[in-house]
Design a binder for this molecule. Structure first.
Ligand code: T4K
Length: 386
């Protein structure tokens, strides 16, 4: 940033993928090639679905092509329409999945947990509201109890976007068992990945049957179509990756946990930076290192810190800036004001994680942040506006 060479000679990413045992993966790929069964609910997808259901203790798992499609299909299976309440602080896919089906996303505040604020949810309910979509952000469970109670009292459907929360628990129960349905993402950057992929899980037999049919063009039988459907199927090669990833799940969690605690330790003395905590009473996948920056202490903004890190090839991300309600498709002239979310969007920074990041890398990233905070105004002056 000051004219020297960057601190890292190659980029350090948020979401560098976990890959399990390569030989096991290649063996599965060779076998599926020999079988010539590449898609259409083949043996690997069936095995993957059974493994996910077993791990979560949930009755049904339907593997899908990606998490966004899983959300769309789940919303349709639940017959959501009109207005649906959704957090503004989430990946844009949560909102798009509604809008894509002409359902109006009604953006709601999150609270200090970064998850839906139940009191605000209740205030947003109108006669047009048909459901609530909670997001277990960063793998930390929503206030499931309060949301379930609100949904029950108002006769609303309750869906959870659990894209971040695979292998996490809430109130001691595995995420996947809450609401009417939950949807996971197995995108490359997720804790368990299938290259691209996702899963809809539920304990409701009827909903599971609907989702399965919808993801297979509405086929009820060999050549009988009884409803409108789409192609949401996961491929065999994706399931091969998923099954291989699942075999290393304990290793992935262990590595993430070690990295998380190391980050906490090396960042502890940097004033104004708080590392988001995971509840030790719950199961967590420790996939995200979420920093909150208090600019009144650091005297350098989150954006300037991020620009400094980028200049040093540390590709930190400001998820989910500026909030879904402020992205072009959802921005209106009388934009809804969500002050807590908007403030959060100014102070959150996600640091690189993943298997390739070493102790030395984390130490170096912490020193860069320490240096920038100690020299806030000078560093900020060095950064081009915008
Ligand atoms: N709901 C929530 C709450 C979500 O967070 C997401 C997805 C969804 C729903 C939808 O699920 P999917 O339809 O995606 O299954 C990423 C991911 O693309 C997205 O899946 C994820 N959330 C979101 C939070 O993050 P970007 O645009 O921030 O990052 P991306 O994909 O460019 O990857 C980040 C970094 O990871 C890259 O700079 C490089 C590294 N990377 C990425 C890929 C794909 C690799 O090293 N290798 C790779 O193969 O969206």
């Amino acid at each position: 940033m000051f004219g020297g060479t960057p601190a890292f000679d190659s980029p350090r990413h948020v979401g560098y993928p976990n890959v399990g045992d390569r030989d096991r993966l290649l063996m599965r790929i060779n076998e599926l090639l020999d079988r010539r069964r590449l898609s259409n609910h083949g043996p690997l997808v069936q095995e993957f679905e059974a493994s996910v259901a077993r791990l979560l203790g949930v009755k049904h798992c339907i593997a899908v092509a990606n998490g966004t499609l899983g959300l769309e299909v789940a919303m349709r299976a639940l017959d959501l329409k009109g207005e649906v309440i959704v957090p503004a602080f989430t990946f844009i896919a949560t909102a798009h999945a509604l809008q894509w089906q002409q359902i109006t996303p009604v953006f709601c505040e999150v609270d200090a947990t970064h998850n839906l604020d139940p009191a605000h949810v209740e205030r947003l309910i109108t006669p047009r509201t048909t459901g609530i979509v909670g997001v277990h952000l960063w793998g930390r469970g929503c206030n499931v109890e309060a949301l379930t109670d609100i949904a029950r009292r108002h006769g609303l459907k309750l869906l959870f976007d659990a894209a971040h929360a695979f292998a996490c628990s809430s109130g001691g129960q595995m995420i996947g068992n809450f609401g009417d349905m939950e949807v996971f993402s197995f995108h490359a950057t997720k804790f368990i990945n299938t290259f691209e992929g996702g899963a809809v899980v539920t304990n409701d037999d009827g909903l599971a049957a609907r989702v399965r049919r919808m993801t297979n063009f509405g086929f009820a039988d060999y050549d009988v179509v009884d409803s409108v459907g789409t192609n949401g199927k996961m491929s065999e090669i994706s399931a091969a990756m998923g099954l291989t990833s699942l075999e290393s799940i304990d290793e992935f969690i262990g590595q993430n946990q070690v990295a998380y605690h190391h980050y906490r330790q090396v960042l502890a003395d940097v004033p104004g930076l708080t590392v988001m905590a995971y509840d030790t009473a719950e199961r967590s996948n420790y996939q995200y290192l979420v920093l909150e920056i208090d600019e009144t202490v650091t005297s350098i903004s989150r954006d300037h810190l991020m620009a400094m890190l980028h200049a040093e090839h540390v590709l930190a991300k400001r998820y989910f800036y500026p909030g879904c309600h402020r992205q072009a498709p959802y921005r209106t002239e009388n934009n809804v004001s969500l002050p807590f979310t908007e403030a959060l969007c100014q102070r959150v920074l996600i640091l690189p994680t993943g298997p390739s990041l070493t102790d030395e890398d984390r130490l170096k990233i912490a020193s860069l942040l320490r240096l920038a905070v100690a020299n806030g105004p000078a560093v900020a002056r060095q950064i081009q506006p915008g």
